[in-house]
Design a binder for this molecule. Structure first.
Ligand SMILES: [Zn+2]
Length: 90
């Protein structure tokens, strides 16, 4: 089995992103969603784990309230920034 490095923060951000986007009236195309995700991920600490390729990791052990608040804040800032400056014609 191939072992790979995986950034758990990616999973958390992608999962929260769709949830938070629901409450915003902004563009939700793939380009904008990925721009928002990369904005948030660049501002959050990486959480690397060693995993087997294809293995699904569904939870973070260190998921506490402060951590979740940081994730939500970073995503919300990303939504506002990308929403105001989408990298495509509106
Ligand atoms: Zn868009």
């Amino acid at each position: 089995m191939n072992k790979i490095l995986h950034n758990l923060m990616e999973d958390v951000v992608i999962k929260q992103l769709d949830h938070i986007l629901d409450s915003f009236h902004c563009c939700k195309c793939e380009q904008c969603r990925l721009d928002i995700a990369s904005y948030a991920l660049n501002r959050l600490p990486a959480k690397y784990v060693v995993t087997t390729q294809g293995e699904l990791i569904t939870r973070l052990d260190s998921l506490d309230l402060q951590f979740e608040t940081n994730v939500i804040t970073a995503i919300t800032q990303g939504i506002i920034l990308v929403g105001n400056n989408p990298r495509h014609e509106i």
